[in-house]
Design a protein around this ligand. Structure first.
Ligand code: C2O
Ligand code: CU
Length: 439
């Protein structure tokens, strides 16, 4: 039966509220509808979302819909809309063309607003999705708090180290809670959707060595499930897994293993939650061998039509500069609707950067000359130091201003980003001056 597209209405109210991370541990959060993360929004592929955002903060905000292939005017950046001022309401309206795990987050003063909790999930379902016994979302985050549970004044912290590493917190959170106890029934298989909403922390998912199957990533399902015992989820990325096959009464930790992204701060193993397996229950889950097909956009040897260089260098003014093509807050050239883009993105710095493209999915054709193990639709991809990837993506008919940037929020803010336009090739191109967001 074909799903009849409908319009799904949501209301999000951005504001400040008290939020309990753990018993007796309360913070002043900034977020949506008094909860952290904000409400889990759900719709079906093909539906139109009408989301009214009211800003009750004391400062302007803008909401970005990470991973959605929506019109440029709805992308939620300072390039395409006037910020939503305190007291104002703005309606975002767009159709969700793809099924998958997406999320929304503040795209204004992000290093403060996102750190305090301004994010939530947006799940797009499809009638053809594999069937599971349960479908759950886990938003990974961390917060840097003082011993009395206050946020550290970000200005004071904005020293060399934090600019270099990005802000990693001392409090590990999963769905806004510290060390929650999760439960799953023996005999059942659930879909667990992970979203890394942290400013800078890399999350190397590990469950005591138990194998799990990756079934999807940023742009929806993979072609076939990939069984692993650990999986890296960098800031901005999503990972859907099939979780199950456990024995009743076992318990294990859901943790992150250390991942060395070449920062000053040493990465440590950290427990995010404990999972307890309850008594056995019947299952309706069914995971087909072939989840879907992903047509390759082009071949690995396709000619590159744009080069992007991510670099970090000394700066007299800031100590360190984070650049795209040797420029802070760069403007890159336009791309033409319908012309396949083959971009070479290289990280010439000595630390990792998760590269994020707004509004479009890409395929990674190769990494350091080698094809990847499997094909996927991505909007965020981690570049290790001294790594070059070749990606392909197709600008469909959604002209306007877009951007790409490093999803470590402090790096983005420090300049590792570029604006560019998608244009109609039959009309003359008049570059529009974009306001720079300098800090
Ligand atoms: Cu989730 Cu501009 O990013
Ligand atoms: Cu970065």
């Amino acid at each position: 039966m074909q799903h009849q597209p409908k319009t799904v209405h949501y209301k999000l109210e951005a504001g400040k509220f008290q939020w309990e991370l753990a018993q007796g541990k309360t913070i002043e959060a900034w977020g949506f509808n008094g909860q952290l993360p904000g409400p889990e929004l759900r719709a079906k592929k093909g539906d139109t979302l009408a989301i009214e955002v009211t800003n009750n903060l004391d400062e302007a905000t803008i909401i970005h819909w990470h991973g959605l292939r929506l019109p440029a005017s709805m992308d939620g950046t300072g390039e395409v809309q006037r910020p939503i001022m305190p007291g104002e309401t703005f309606e975002y309206r767009f159709t969700a063309p793809d099924a998958g795990t997406f999320w929304y987050h503040s795209h204004a003063n992000e290093t403060v607003q996102m750190e305090r909790g301004m994010y939530g999930s947006l799940i797009i379902e499809d009638d053809n999705d594999p069937v599971f016994d349960n479908d759950r979302v886990f938003m990974i985050d961390d917060m840097k708090l003082t011993p009395d549970n206050r946020f550290v004044e970000s200005k004071k912290l904005n020293h060399f180290k934090e600019r270099h590493d990005g802000k990693e917190g001392n409090i590990a959170l999963i769905n806004g809670k510290e060390a929650p106890a999760l439960e799953i029934h023996a005999g059942q298989t659930e879909r667990w959707r992970f979203i890394n909403a942290a400013s800078a922390r890399y999350f190397l998912l590990y469950m005591g060595g138990k194998p799990f199957s990756i079934i999807g990533t940023d742009g929806g399902l993979l072609e076939t499930a990939q069984t692993v015992t650990e999986a890296l989820i960098t800031p901005g990325e999503r990972l859907d897994i099939a979780m199950g096959g456990f024995e009743a009464a076992e318990t294990f930790a859901l943790e992150t293993l250390p991942y060395n992204r070449m920062t000053f701060l040493k990465s440590k193993r950290k427990t995010y939650a404990t999972v307890k397996v309850l008594e056995s229950k019947p299952s309706v889950a069914h995971l087909p061998v072939q989840l879907r097909t992903i047509e390759p956009l082009t071949t690995q040897d396709a000619a590159v039509n744009r080069k992007i260089k991510l670099s970090v260098g000394p700066s007299i003014k800031h100590g360190l500069d984070f650049k795209v093509n040797n420029t802070l807050h760069a403007n890159d050239g336009p791309v033409v609707i319908g012309e396949l883009q083959v971009w070479e993105v290289s990280n010439v710095s000595l630390m990792d950067h998760p590269f994020h493209l707004h509004g479009f999915f890409f395929q990674v054709l190769e990494e350091n000359g080698k094809a990847l193990a499997y094909r996927a639709w991505k909007d965020t991809y981690n570049l290790k130091p001294r790594t070059t990837i070749k990606i392909a993506w197709l600008p469909d008919n959604r002209p306007g201003k877009w951007m790409y940037h490093c999803h470590i929020l402090e790096h983005h803010e420090a300049g590792m980003m570029a604006n560019f336009e998608v244009i109609d090739g039959s009309k003359p191109y008049v570059p529009s001056l974009s306001e720079h967001h300098c800090h």
